[in-house]
Ligand binder design. Structure first.
Ligand code: SF4
Length: 466
């Protein structure tokens, strides 16, 4: 669960207590990362990333102009365009549309924006049933959980657990955990929800200013089935999803699916630019803090994110701590730079939920400098006095030490000598101390014996430095 007020280290420790799940979660996401690597092994991949980065930067620099162009074209095609400053306005707009159309049941496809706005619970409090129709989202919805990953919402669930959930909620045979059988049961269950909904809500992967069209990508076809059957279609979308042209869309689609799931393209890519005859189509354009982020030059490029999830799949911290440990709707490295912008105090531990290995930045298809922004958030966190307990004092002392080469060399000599002496006297047997002090060494790695000389002393002795 997203547990506000609980820091990332504590929540990650709770996830890691289940060794088996933690190892399986790590393996499952690494598998997706490897698929991504194979799919992006194209001669033009770096050029595509450059183009993706440039088209998003271009769109953000003309955000107001492109949104107005989108609104003009969409309205001319019969689409009703609404603007919402924040989550509350977004929810009120959606509820207004549903009330006017006397909607009782909604089929909703994947949308992280509606998660961000808390739309499901808001509508349910109003007596409107919302069925999430993406399979992973339906699993977590039935379990009363939020998604733990932006592309793979139920990646933390094992098939046996899903079997037990479906047995309870859908009446599948007890003990059934075959993915094929469970998918078949889900298909029947979801098809009923999709075909009998009074309205469909979808997210959007892109808004194309040039056409006034909305682009939705899924692998399950659930968004398409919903929007093509229900008499009302509502698109809930953040304003940063705007792009200028169809040419830009071509680039976006090539980098999105490859980065997300290792596919050349998603199974269903739908471009809707007008309501069906006799049906209504609404687009709700939501700010909810995005223009404030745009005004922050150091962090602006976080708005370029196309929510592919590649940075989550590659991140050694995300893979080993699970999505809920981030306490934010968007987890992983991208969440760790988006969440502090929403509330630095509540999410002050997130900029530290990274090894700064740089892998997130390396895989990002729109070249967001995630490690650089994490560092900037660490600095801002320190300046704002929001560092987790003890960090400020430790880093202040460390900073003093690192800025004085002679003191640093002396401190290193003292630490190495103390460690060697304690090991020699068997006060700290390597394996035991390594395990007690550092859970990363739990599989049995030993604490190495401290060397007699520092790296700098060795390099000088070896004639590598003067
Ligand atoms: S930050 Fe980059 S890699 Fe991460 S989800 Fe967004 S686009 Fe994908």
């Amino acid at each position: 669960m997203h547990r506000q007020g609980v820091g990332h280290p504590e929540a990650a420790a709770a996830f890691l207590r289940d060794d088996e799940r933690a190892a399986w979660h790590d393996d499952a996401l690494w598998f997706v990362r490897q698929r991504r690597d194979r799919a992006t092994d194209l001669p033009e991949w770096e050029a595509l990333r450059e183009a993706g980065s440039a088209l998003k930067a271009h769109a953000m620099s003309r955000l107001a102009e492109l949104l107005v162009e989108f609104e003009r074209r969409a309205t001319a095609s019969g689409v009703c365009v609404h603007w919402a400053r924040d989550a509350a306005e977004h929810n009120a707009v959606v509820r207004g549309i549903l009330r006017d159309a006397k909607v009782k049941r909604v089929a909703k496809s994947k949308s992280m924006l509606t998660e961000e706005c808390g739309l499901n619970s808001f509508l349910e409090a109003d007596g409107i049933e919302v069925v999430d129709t993406d399979l992973g989202e339906r699993i977590v919805q039935l379990a009363h959980q939020p998604p733990s990953h932006i592309v793979l919402p139920a990646i933390h669930w094992k098939k046996e657990e899903i079997g037990a959930l479906f047995h309870r909620e859908m009446g599948t045979p007890a003990g059934e955990s075959s993915p094929d059988a469970l998918a078949a049961a889900a298909r029947v269950h979801l098809r009923d929800a999709l075909l009998n909904a009074d309205a469909a809500i979808t997210g959007a992967n892109a808004l194309v200013a040039e056409t006034g069209g909305v682009v939705v990508c899924t692998n399950e076809g659930n968004a398409d089935l919903g929007m093509h059957s229900a008499p009302v279609h509502i698109v809930c979308v953040g304003i940063e999803k705007i792009i200028a042209t169809l040419d830009d869309l071509g680039v976006l689609l090539r980098i999105l699916a490859r980065s997300a799931t290792g596919q050349p393209i998603t199974a269903y890519t739908t471009h809707v630019s007008a309501p069906r005859p006799g049906a209504a189509m609404h687009v709700v354009l939501v700010d909810n803090g995005r223009t404030a982020r745009l005004a922050d030059a150091d962090m602006r490029s976080a708005l370029h994110c196309i929510r592919c999830g590649a940075c989550l799949n590659t991140c050694p911290i995300y893979r080993r701590s699970g999505g809920y440990s981030y306490g934010h709707v968007i987890p992983g490295p991208i969440g760790a730079i988006l969440a502090p912008a929403v509330d630095l105090g509540a999410h002050r531990s997130l900029p530290f939920a990274s090894t700064l290995c740089g892998s997130c930045g390396d895989v990002c298809p729109v070249k967001i400098d995630i490690p650089g922004q994490l560092l900037t958030w660490r600095e801002r966190s320190a300046t704002a006095g929001a560092l987790p307990g003890g960090y400020a004092t430790i880093f202040r002392q460390l900073g003093r030490l690192l800025s004085r080469p002679v003191s640093f060399a002396r401190a290193g000599w003292v630490a190495r000598s103390a460690l060697r002496t304690l090991r020699t006297l068997r006060f700290i047997p390597g394996t035991r101390v390594a395990r007690r002090w550092n859970p990363w060494t739990r599989p049995g790695r030993d604490l190495p014996l401290a060397p007699r000389e520092s790296f700098r002393e060795w390099a000088r002795r070896a004639g590598r430095i003067p």
